[in-house]
Ligand binder design. Sequence first.
Ligand SMILES: NC(=O)c1ccc[n+]([C@@H]2O[C@H](COP(=O)([O-])OP(=O)(O)OC[C@H]3O[C@@H](n4cnc5c(N)ncnc54)[C@H](OP(=O)(O)O)[C@@H]3O)[C@@H](O)[C@H]2O)c1
Length: 329
Amino acid sequence: MKNFTDARVVRLTTFGGPEVMELQEVQLPPPAAGEAQLRQTVIGFNYIDVYQRSGKYPLPLPTGLGHEAVGVVEKLGDGPQDLVIGDRVVYMNAGVGAYASHRNVDATKLVKLPSSVSDEDAAAVFFKAMTAQYLLRRTYRVEAGDIVLVHAAAGGVGQILCRWARGLGATVIGTAGSSEKCEIARSAGCEAAIDYSQPDWVDQVIASIGGRKARVVYDSVAKHTFMGSLDCAAPFGLVVLFGAASGPAPEIQPELLNKKGCLFLTRPSVFPHNADASVMRANAAEVFAAMDRGFVRASVAARLSLDEVSAVHRMAEARSTAGSIVMRP
Ligand SMILES: NC(=O)c1ccc[n+]([C@@H]2O[C@H](COP(=O)([O-])OP(=O)(O)OC[C@H]3O[C@@H](n4cnc5c(N)ncnc54)[C@H](OP(=O)(O)O)[C@@H]3O)[C@@H](O)[C@H]2O)c1
């Protein structure tokens, strides 16, 4: 078809295991008014992609998958004034469909990449660092001297949270699922890292901070960790539940927060924090500044191609990676 672009996209017609993702060849129409067409260079994997593929976070079917990619603007619809053909851009908040070779994206969702940031580094960290940004700067403003507990500290978001919180002057304690991953958490800035597969991990966390507790607990593991998170939080502390890698957190009565020390509990998401284009760009500028200062570093655990998307999801679910997974279209 005239002016259409040959593209390869991952489609989902049913929820299920990694095998339900299909790579299809499609004809992509020209960008509509307000859109830019990207030739994507690197696609980022995020754990939320697993929840959406499996149906844990259901999407209307059929659907694309993936939230994050880097690309070059190849075509522009009518409207966008601040982009030109050839711009290198990144996005994390344009709806699902990033698992693709080419994509039309609402131009207000695109952020221009500084020349200091490579395509691969951006795809490896942008979504995860934008998550760390709102968690460390907006959900709670971490300050020097705070004690911060980060679960799954060797993971993609986990490593960024630890290094950035340490850069802000906090004392960071991490947890992870093996001694090897605890070592990675320590090298990402944790003063102590505890293997939370051990039954007494809560006591070990508290002992590692000399009997004190955390001002803020960042918990993306949920089922396995949530009750322990309440026990690791200091009086008037904040528990931030922002994922459910091990399954949903148990339901609790609000009164329990009183008994555990007048705790605060929140369950936030990166998308509403970046729904406004100007706020999103300000948050992104903070991420790039944190990259320049070394508070955010890309840690690429695996590079695969879009043809291997099922293998990417298997690796993530097997917990066999520490850091980010990226795909080439
Ligand atoms: N709410 C938000 O705004 C938001 C935004 C982005 C990400 N997230 C959440 O943040 C978390 C981290 O995301 P990520 O992409 O950087 O992933 P990741 O941390 O690289 O991977 C998830 C990690 O969770 C741990 N885990 C614990 N129990 C698990 C289980 N039963 N199955 C699988 N993993 C388990 C594993 O680390 P160990 O082997 O060390 O246990 C695993 O490596 C995810 O839960 C994600 O959904 C939330």
